[in-house]
Ligand binder design. Structure first.
Ligand code: PLP
Length: 410
């Protein structure tokens, strides 16, 4: 590959190449269905744009269901079924059979709290809660809190040390919490191997799928995962504060004791009985009255992901991120020395991270140019390649703007 600087106007080889790929790539048409308004959204691992017809979908629920029927709409418009029916859509994206995922209407943090306590309660005779040292802060905080509540000891370890801990001291581990994608670096881990190590040690395997759902192939059933949670607002596109999901396989339904025993998880919620009796199946993992409009938005966001399918989404995301690196390599190859994500696309999730000085200032300067990314302290820029709405031309533009900003051209 050439390292000649590319001065990138609308006549450069990279511009031509982006146009060619956009014309040829079948997913580019779907980008037009999003309300991107000329902005480049490389922040879909935080919060990407809505689909252009979301407002109409929400308005119709408000005008045609809520306004005329109020509380009756819960029963007559299928609102009460949404936590489970959205769960089934997610199951199709995450390699799970139906009836094992629910969107109760909670945050990822609350859902993780629920999952981790339930996981540890499955191994009451064990003393350790194992978590990756590189986990997202909320996961570490919740793990600490769960450990305090249950009298456990938190052990943090990363990468090979995490697996070694399971091999060497696994008999003490009640539950092990990991993520298939590192939220900072985008590095991808292997769910199946770690879940198998957990099971060999008799530990419960819990996963935070926030940075994987909607972009990465995940086979929850085949990998024998015990519990998993994930955000609804990242690649799933459910919108600001979209509720999280919980995966609980059928084999654990009878056994599990979820701490958030809310009335919507009761076998007969409207009997209003004094004692909690868990509902059959995944409904037992529901909690209270869910945020209906947020559920509608998440439900609406999942359809194009299902239409395209995970293999095509993943491959598209990989191709976009590779094109981004190709653009940087041509325009400013030295920048790639700051790449903290694996260079091999098969070892990355949907985003990649570059180390640069003054990352926050660079993020702001790019935002002024209409290129949205995010930074993580102290010096990381993260670029997410959400497959449904990012185009090659936007990737080229983002790479060019990044080079300009770093050269002081902001
Ligand atoms: C990996 C991961 N887990 C958990 C969370 C927290 O989610 P919530 O704010 O919905 O509780 C985030 C938020 O970005 C995250 O990236």
């Amino acid at each position: 590959m050439t390292t000649q600087p590319d001065t990138s106007t609308s006549t450069t080889p990279l511009w031509d190449e982006a146009q060619r790929r956009d014309t040829a790539a079948p997913l580019t048409a779907s980008a037009r269905g999003f309300a991107t308004d000329g902005t480049v959204h490389l922040n879909g691992n935080s919060l990407g744009p809505p689909r252009a017809d979301l407002a109409g979908e929400l308005a119709s629920v408000v005008h045609d269901q809520w306004a005329p029927r109020q509380v009756q709409a819960w029963f007559r418009d299928g609102w009460l079924d949404l936590p489970r029916s959205i769960g089934d859509k997610l199951a199709a994206l995450l390699g799970a059979a139906p009836g094992q995922i629910v969107v109760a209407g909670e945050t990822t943090s609350t859902t993780l709290f629920n999952a981790l306590i339930a996981a540890c309660r499955l191994r009451p005779d064990r003393s350790v809660l194992l978590i990756e040292a590189s986990a997202f802060p909320t996961d570490l905080y919740i793990a600490d809190s769960v450990a305090r509540l249950l009298g456990l000891r938190v052990v943090t370890a990363s990468g090979e040390d995490f697996d070694s801990c399971l091999r060497g001291n696994g008999r003490h581990v009640a539950a092990a919490l990991a993520a298939p994608v590192d939220f900072r670096t985008g590095e991808r881990g292997t769910i199946g191997r770690t879940a198998a190590l957990c099971h060999a040690a008799g530990a419960v395997s819990v996963w935070d799928l926030s940075h994987a759902a909607g972009v990465l192939p995940v086979d929850l059933d085949a990998a024998d995962v015990d519990l998993a949670v994930g955000c609804g607002y990242k690649y799933l596109g459910g919108g600001p504060g979209a509720p999280a999901f919980l995966y609980l396989p059928t084999r654990l339904h009878q056994e599990v004791d979820l701490p958030l025993a809310g009335w919507h998880g009761h076998a007969r919620p409207f009997d209003m009985t004094r004692t909690f009796e868990p509902a059959a199946g995944i409904d037992r993992a529901r909690t209270g009255t869910p945020p209906l409009l947020s559920l509608v938005a998440l439900n609406h966001a999942l359809d194009p992901l299902l239409d395209v399918g995970v293999p095509a989404l993943y491959s598209r995301s990989q191709q976009l991120s590779e094109f981004f690196l190709e653009c940087l390599e041509r325009s400013r190859p030295g920048l790639l020395e700051g790449l903290v994500s694996p260079r091999d696309p098969d070892r990355r999730g949907g985003h990649l991270a570059l180390r640069v000085p003054d990352a926050e200032r660079v993020e702001e300067a790019l935002a002024e140019r209409g290129v949205l990314i995010d930074s993580r302290p102290p010096d990381l820029l993260r670029f997410a390649f959400a497959p449904l709405y990012v185009t090659y031309e936007q990737v080229r533009r983002a790479a060019q703007d990044l080079c300009d900003v770093l050269e002081g051209g902001q």
